[in-house]
Design a protein around this ligand. Sequence first.
Ligand code: MF3
Ligand code: CO
Length: 254
Amino acid sequence: MIICKSADEIRLMQKAAEIVAEVLLQLEKNLKPGMQTSHLDNIAEEMIIKRGAIPAFKGYMGKLSKRPYPSTICISINEEVVHGIPGKRIIREGDLVSVDVGVKYKGFFGDSARSFKVGDVGKTKERLYNATLDALNISIDKCYIGNHLSDISNAIETRASRDNFSVVKDFVGHGIGKKMHEEPQILNYGPPGQGPVLKRGMVLAIEPMINAGLSDVRILDDGWTVVTADRKCSCHFEDTIAITEKGPLILTRI
Ligand code: MF3
Ligand code: CO
């Protein structure tokens, strides 16, 4: 069942989402080559707690995961798709770095990811970055009452295909609210005009994950980090969006 939120609930979700957006902006400012990824995790955790919110990912137990997620944010570099665990890995010039942040605030979740280019990343990563951000924006533009859920999915795949990139099929976007992962699952591919009709009050976390090479992914021995099977680069963006009478309201942009 897809849980629709009231206007009041959406206002509360906006607060959670705002904290997520603030953290991502701050991390972008702090991100420098030579830095360990754990440094960004520390900054994020401190900011979230200071604002009276709770890191949503820390301790999260996925359906398939062998152990709870150990950190506040996910940092996924180059061939890492999503769920990269912050640690000793050093960010280098030329890296494409995806940072995913989720918080719980007053009972509601906010979830967003941004990819950052570290210095000159070269042509392929540049194109991949543009395609993924574009895919997110184009798919958000499908978030009108009366459209079908798979219009979002189709928009993402169509944009990726234009550059001969592939979408990740093993991970999906999701509904979000009092739980981080609610129904529906939002595939990053498929034909348009299928699935549930979008209604006022639905809140969706749309997250295109696009690979420069093939779709296939693997999970590393740490139990979390998702990498491309061909070890080519991947890119990820995510926003939390509310469906309103006036159209899509992007909660995680400030
Ligand atoms: N944005 C991701 C998601 O919605 C981040 C989850 S990390 C996890 O699935 F550790 F919490 F799983
Ligand atoms: Co998400």
